[in-house]
Ligand binder design. Structure first.
Ligand code: NAP
Length: 461
């Protein structure tokens, strides 16, 4: 394709993967790439806004990179536009040379055990989105008037939710945590959080800094059973992994600590799987755990196997933190088992192990599943962008004639008149920061779409 012919790209989803993709596309020196970034919420940043914990502000510094992308003259932002409702796959294929799906993993994985849906048993992802002021979860009501919470899972999300439940609310009050969550956490009666891993300490997925932070929380004792550490077998990969050996050192430090009589406690439990949640009057009251042993699971790794020994832990709140899962997009292929849109090296496939669909691409969690940190998406985007540029270079000139930058504006004016531009978002961003400054916080989030649109001077459709 001639380098003077612009390459028009639609990116669906304005989270980290979408932004890194847009960034790398518009940095091309030999090709005029124009990117339209579509997002179903008025606000951009995806998981950086709705996933990263409020007491981890430094991670949110990546939004400075994203803001430069939004300011780029060849990037346009269209928030409050839902794929499949306001714009269809067909529209995008007509208006753009290439479409990239960067929609992340929108739901939680299920455990599939009895009692999972009792009141008081929640996906941890809902709790995260609630304390981060995500509009869809802003009205959820978590009963924190209980003494003990159980967090299922040994990943960084489990660490985040345990830490938020145990952190002194005066510390959280200096962050951008949603006001409704701060208020509820101030009134919380939770004194103990038990974090349950189905395998051993060496198989835990949390990263060193996040684990260590749990041992430094003011007013919180940590408890690790030394016998569970001694019994920790290492799989082939784990014995070579610096993260694992450092995690074991940190946990050994926790195991050696004497209780200080702190008002709150975090208990680590390994080698245990929840098999049932029980309740009364429809609300969870306890978790039944089965003790596990580790058995070879293939590829040098271990998997958990039940031993037939059971115990029960009383708990009025259960946060199931067993991973995210992608959801299908209208009219697009989907790999249900993996929870991803099937792809190969960033190119979308028509089915798992199927044929490449020309002009459509995947990036981020909907491409590779819910793993890695925010920065992992940079390398993921580089792979997808390389495939896009390779395909663009071999496209015939005739394939791209007649596309029009303004056609999408006409379509949106008709289908989603309250769409949000980068200037609208800048207004909301400035307002949130100003409200924060007044109270010594990085920002005070607006948590309702109507409020956001009103502030931007738009009426909701
Ligand atoms: P994750 O790291 O995949 O951890 C999921 C945990 O759930 C694992 O311990 C897993 O155990 C366990 N699990 C899965 N199914 C289970 C079941 N049926 N019963 C009991 N346990 C089960 O997922 P995540 O915590 O949701 O995090 C997602 C990604 O975001 C990760 O890459 C994470 O590092 C990242 N993240 C990063 C940060 C940060 O950098 N601060 C914060 C939050 C999230 P097995 O290992 O046995 O499967």
């Amino acid at each position: 394709m001639s380098s003077s012919t612009p390459l028009r790209v639609a990116v669906i989803g304005a989270g980290p993967a979408g932004f890194f993709t847009a960034d790398q596309l518009v940095k091309q020196k030999d090709l005029d790439v124009r990117v339209d970034l579509f997002e179903r919420w008025p606000t951009p940043y995806g998981l950086v806004r709705e996933g990263v914990a409020p007491d981890h502000q430094s991670i949110k510094g990546v939004t400075r990179v994203f803001d430069r992308v939004l300011d780029h003259p060849r990037v346009r932002y269209f928030g409050n536009v839902c794929f499949g409702e306001h714009v269809t796959r067909e529209d995008l294929r007509r208006l753009y040379d290439q479409v990239v799906y960067a929609v992340g993993a929108q739901t939680d994985r299920r455990m599939g055990i009895p009692g999972e849906d009792l009141a008081g048993s929640w996906p941890a992802t809902d709790f995260v989105r609630w304390y981060n002021g995500q509009p869809e979860c802003a009205d959820l009501e978590f009963d924190l008037g209980v003494e003990r919470a159980v967090v299922i899972g040994n990943g960084n999300v489990a660490v985040d939710v345990a830490r938020i439940l145990l952190t002194d609310p005066d510390v959280l009050a200096r962050t951008d945590i949603a006001d409704h969550a701060l208020e509820a956490l101030r009134a919380s009666s939770i004194r103990e959080v038990v974090m349950v891993g189905r395998r051993g300490p060496a198989q835990a997925k949390f990263t060193n800094v996040e684990l260590k932070e749990l041992g430094a929380l003011e007013g919180v004792d940590v408890a690790v059973d030394p016998a569970e550490l001694d019994a920790a077998p290492l799989g082939e990969d784990e014995s070579e992994d610096r993260r694992v050996s450092r995690n074991l050192e940190i946990l050994a430090d926790f195991a050696g600590r004497e209780p200080s009589g702190a008002p709150r406690r975090l208990v680590f439990r390994f080698f245990a799987s929840p098999v049932e949640l029980s309740g009364d009057a429809g609300a969870v009251r306890s978790v039944r755990l089965e003790r596990n042993r580790l058995v070879p699971g293939g590829g040098g790794a271990f998997r958990a196997e039940g031993t037939g020994e059971y115990e029960r832990i009383d708990a009025g709140l259960v946060l199931r933190s067993v991973g995210y899962h992608g959801v299908p997009l209208p009219e697009l292929p989907f790999d249900e088992g993996a929870g991803v849109i099937p792809g190969r090296g960033g190119r979308m496939l028509d089915a798992p192990d199927g044929e490449v669909v020309p002009g459509e691409y995947v990036v981020g969690w909907i491409k590779r599943g819910p793993s890695g940190v925010i920065g992992t998406n940079k390398a993921c985007a580089a792979e997808t962008v390389a495939a896009m540029l390779e395909d663009a270079a071999s496209r015939p000139e005739t394939a791209v004639r007649g596309r029009d930058d303004d056609a999408i504006l006409e379509l949106l004016a008709e289908r989603s008149p309250a769409y949000v531009t980068e200037a609208d978002w800048a207004r909301l961003d400035a307002e949130e920061r100003a409200r924060g400054e007044a109270s010594g916080r990085p920002r005070v989030k607006l948590v309702r779409v109507d409020q956001m649109l009103e502030l931007m001077g738009k009426r909701r459709k």
